[in-house]
Design a protein around this ligand. Structure first.
Ligand code: BES
Ligand code: ZN
Length: 897
């Protein structure tokens, strides 16, 4: 392996910075061939440094051309400092600085080339606009700096550029002055951000942009100006984001008592962006895919994503910006907490149970996979090589689950007291996860000592539970065993504190009052057991008949639950459980169990048969959905009818047989569609087609259930339904219905004869809309049919494909490798080879994107030995490339090493 990874950063090496920067004055001159950055930094010795006074100043910097360096008023000569790949050192501060080096200023002028910056970190160009992305360590590509989150400084920024090309010049905070430059073709603006912030929250934008403007009055009566900046062609796609922003601002006031703190809040949309969006203080920068929403061009899914991402980045203003992270090991302090906040927001705006189902489905298929693979790490990791690789589903989604558990353990009032205390105590500070937990404990009096293991230990805990009914004593015993498999660097685990929410159902489907042994009386029908020991038993009294246990309600902890349910138990829970989440989960478990058996049949070459009990389960749901009509939570019915995703089936297998998984799933979809064609048709017809488009939760749910029904109907093979699908494709007045129809046509056997014409027509219709073209790419890249790889190779040569645009890369390469399981895992190894080739090419362009793209290869342990070997070969090939990035190298070393 090439040695790009020599540097590992450890949590236990953390030291406070020897110096802090009180003020940061930045000056940008933007040109087509380069940019000149001047920084004036006021340093001060950090009283909290501890240890011996440093006589050396070490600044971070990467790919900068240093043009001038001054310390106080003295111009430094080359002999006064040392320049290395990633740092600038000034060794003899005391002798160089004027006043004993306790306070000094550094002036530094650097030159960079934003137009050649394809890593999209630091200052870069996205199409015709300049923009920045500084988290986590991008600021050091702009100027030499103490680029670490515990150095918080007041920023003043001046931007100069040609007026004609860049009429809009933005940075964080308030615009305090603007004018014309000496060269009358150029102009400038100066921005001042009154809140001290770490460099990763710095942002700058220059472009030819238009804006949607609005206002918001905060709860204390302050007026805030809201502006969403986009390219002119996208101005008609900003309304939903603006509505979402105002909802999020109100929600954070009501639920957390958090008011916005500047006079202006701006969002800018950019085409080329590594991530979804970024919370820079007062100037959020968004991937167009997470901000634009118009019913003609975006699906309902995109509308909900926009609502969630706008809220997420806005919520960071408190959970991330006002209170920030001490170091990047604390990343989940802001990300896990903020994901929890945005998921609660989405739950309040839409259907709570559906949001929970979607979050858990994602966690279980993606985060569980990470947690059982070579990249497994704790919510608070203890080391990293490249921090960009640690923006993971574990930090985000598992981190959010851990905060959710705290919120459930404390209850709403005490949790709110905890967050109030946290924000008050640490406003303006850079803190640790430990300080968050301390605030929760201090405000609530709840002991979270053992609970802290959730932050330190990686791996998904396993709860093995057995139930025993003692008819004579009228008792029901739950014997609970917890364990956690070894993960890299953590062989042995200590027990977790696992909140296990549960209930017991009697044979008539009624909830049994729950009295634990030793309690004088029952304490409700739905309780949270604190599982804290490796093995323990909970005994319930007054249980006359054998109950069915409903366990881990609401997915009360991110664990794997093992309980010996019979298919009949699961069917029973599906119709009787009072917990909506567990009703859905029972359906998933039932399908999973039956699908495993069918996979065995498939492997044994036996004829597959549709299990009666699954047919019955689906008939019940369909009948209920038809009866319930418009009153029902149709989104929940859609979830109940969905079979477990292939990604989930792969994760749940010890060794996944992708062909069997795919074949069985397709077989069941066909069989269920065939058996229930009349009921499905009734369901379809009971839901009115979209009239005037609305993006509210109810209309979204109706479309999702109707389109699910349509896909089953087309599967059933009747010509009329295929024609109806074609008509919907041609006549739909919204992207959700149009794309759903196109997906059915391209992915189903029935669509074989017509899909190519439909794809061509769709491209013709939407070629001017890059985000729609991304959808068009993805649909083709995820076609499960043989020959998909050849098609994907064609797509890479399509004039609309751009390897430098992350959205395009994700739409084609990412979609094929991450979602088209049968084709990516083709026994020939062609899918793996394809990814190897693409990853090497991308690594030279954008290491962050390359590193993310190879994730599917790191899951090699899940597959048979032949595939394992081929996957590892590709990883090694990628890691051996001359000039391999630190990002990619870390992933390769950790997953094959
Ligand atoms: N701070 C992150 C964006 C980020 C991540 C910047 C990694 C640099 C490196 C932002 O708050 C975020 O988490 N964005 C998410 C979306 C969110 C809804 C979870 C993203 O970009 O995917
Ligand atoms: Zn975030």
């Amino acid at each position: 392996m090439k040695d790009a990874t020599a540097r590992t950063t450890y949590l236990h090496d953390y030291r406070p910075p020897p110096f802090t920067i009180d003020s940061t004055e930045l000056d940008f001159d933007l040109y087509e061939t380069h940019a000149v950055v001047q920084a004036r930094l006021q340093f001060r010795r950090n009283p909290d440094f501890g240890g011996v006074d440093e006589d050396m100043l070490i600044l971070h910097g990467r790919e900068l051309v240093l043009e001038e360096l001054r310390l106080d008023d003295r111009v430094l000569e080359a002999a006064d400092y040392v320049l290395e790949e990633e740092s600038l050192r000034i060794p003899k501060l005391r002798s160089l600085a004027q006043d004993g080096s306790d306070r000094f200023t550094v002036y530094c002028r650097t030159r960079i080339e934003p137009q050649n910056n394809t890593a999209l970190e630091g200052l870069y160009k996205s199409r015709k606009m300049f923009c920045t992305q500084c988290e986590a360590e991008g600021f050091r590509r702009i100027t030499y700096y103490l680029d670490r989150p515990d150095v918080m400084s007041k920023f003043t920024t001046t931007v100069r550029a040609e007026r004609e090309k860049y009429p809009v010049l933005l940075s964080n905070g308030n615009c305090i002055a603007e004018g014309e430059c000496e060269d009358p073709a150029r102009h400038w603006t100066t921005w001042e951000d009154p809140f001290p912030k770490p460099s990763y929250l710095f942002a700058l934008v220059a472009g030819d942009l238009v804006s949607l403007d609005d206002r918001f009055t905060t709860s204390s009566g302050r007026e805030v100006q809201l502006r969403i900046f986009v390219e002119p062609r996208d101005l008609d796609k900003c309304d939903h984001a603006m509505v979402s922003l105002k909802k999020a601002m109100r929600w954070d006031e009501e639920k957390y008592g958090r008011e916005y703190d500047l006079d202006i809040f701006m969002i800018v949309a950019v085409d080329d962006f590594n991530m979804g969006a970024m919370e820079n203080k007062g100037l959020n920068i968004f991937n167009t895919s997470c901000i634009l929403a118009n019913s003609a061009t975006q699906t309902d899914w995109a509308f909900q994503r926009v609502e969630a991402v706008v809220a997420h980045e806005y919520f960071h203003n408190w959970s991330g910006n006002r209170v920030t992270c001490r170091d990047w090991f604390q990343l989940s302090l802001k990300e896990g907490f903020t994901v929890f906040r945005d998921s609660e927001f989405s739950a309040d705006m839409n259907s709570r149970s559906v949001k929970r189902v979607q979050d858990v489905a994602f966690l279980r298929s993606v985060q569980f996979a990470e947690d059982s693979g070579p990249m497994a790490h704790a919510v608070q990791p203890d080391s990293y090589m490249e921090i960009s690789n640690f923006y993971t589903v574990t930090i985000y989604e598992k981190g959010a689950e851990v905060v959710r558990m705290i919120s459930n353990l404390l209850g709403p009032e005490r949790f709110r007291a905890g967050t109030d205390l946290y924000f008050k105590r640490h406003d303006g500070q850079a803190v640790t996860i430990e300080e968050f937990v301390n605030a929760m404990e201090d405000a609530s009096g709840v002991d979270l000592k053992q609970f802290r293991n959730w932050y330190r230990q990686s791996g998904t805990p396993v709860l093995e539970i057995d139930g025993f009914h003692d008819a004579e004593r009228q008792r029901f015993e739950l014997r609970v065993r917890q364990s956690c498999p070894p993960t890299p660097g953590q062989e042995i685990k200590v027990p977790f504190h696992i909140p296990l929410r549960m209930g017991l159902l009697d044979p008539a489907g009624r909830e049994i009052p729950l009295r634990l042994q030793g309690e004088p009386a029952a304490v409700g029908k739905d309780r949270v057991l604190a599982v804290t020991q490796p093995v323990e038993t909970f005994v319930f009294e007054d249980v006359a008949e054998p109950p069915v246990a409903s366990l881990l309600r609401g997915f009360s902890a991110p664990v794997r639950l093992k309980y010996d349910y019979t298919p009949e138990d699961l069917l029973f829970l599906m119709s009787n459980d009072s917990d909506g989440f567990n009703r859905w989960n029972a359906g998933q478990e039932l399908a999973l169990m039956l699908m495993r058996e069918l996979q065995e049949d498939f492997r044994g070459g036996r004829k597959l048969a549709l299990p009666k009990i699954l047919r019955e389960a689906h008939r019940n749901i369909l009948a209920e959905a038809v009866d319930a009509g418009a009153e029902a939570d149709r989104a929940m019915f859609a979830e109940l009818l969905r079979l477990p995703a292939e990604s989930f089936l792969i994760e749940q297998a010890d060794i996944a047989d992708v062909e069997a998984i795919h074949a069985v799933r397709e077989f069941l979809l066909d069989g269920l569609a065939e058996s229930h064609r009349n009921l499905v048709a009734d369901l379809f017809e009971s839901i009115p087609a979209t009239g005037a488009y609305r993006a509210d939760a109810e209309s979204i749910a109706a479309r999702s259930l109707r389109n699910l029904a349509l896909s089953a109907l087309v599967r059933s093979g009747e010509k009329d339904w295929l024609e109806l699908c074609l008509r919907q494709f041609e006549q739909a007045n919204n992207m959700t219905d149009q794309l759903a129809a196109l997906q059915i046509l391209t992915h189903s056997r029935a669509g074989e004869g017509v899909y190519q014409a439909a794809l061509a027509q769709f491209h013709e219709q939407w070629r001017g809309e890059p985000l729609v073209v991304d959808q068009w790419f993805s649909l083709q890249a995820t076609r499960p049919h043989p020959g998909a790889l050849a098609q994907v190779r064609e797509l890479l040569r399509h004039p609309d494909f751009e390897i430098r645009n992350p959205n395009k890369v994700r739409a084609v390469i990412g979609a094929f490798c991450g979602q088209n399981h049968v084709n990516f895992h083709d026994a020939s190894g062609s899918g793996y080879e394809f990814l190897g080739e693409q990853a090497m090419q991308l690594d030279a362009i954008n290491p962050q994107i390359a590193a993310r793209l190879i994730t599917p290869l790191t899951r090699w342990r899940k597959f048979d030995s032949g595939r394992q070997q081929m996957m590892r070969e590709q990883l090694s090939r990628i890691g051996d490339r001359d000039g391999v990035s630190r990002d990619v190298s870390e992933i390769v070393v950790k997953s094959v090493g």
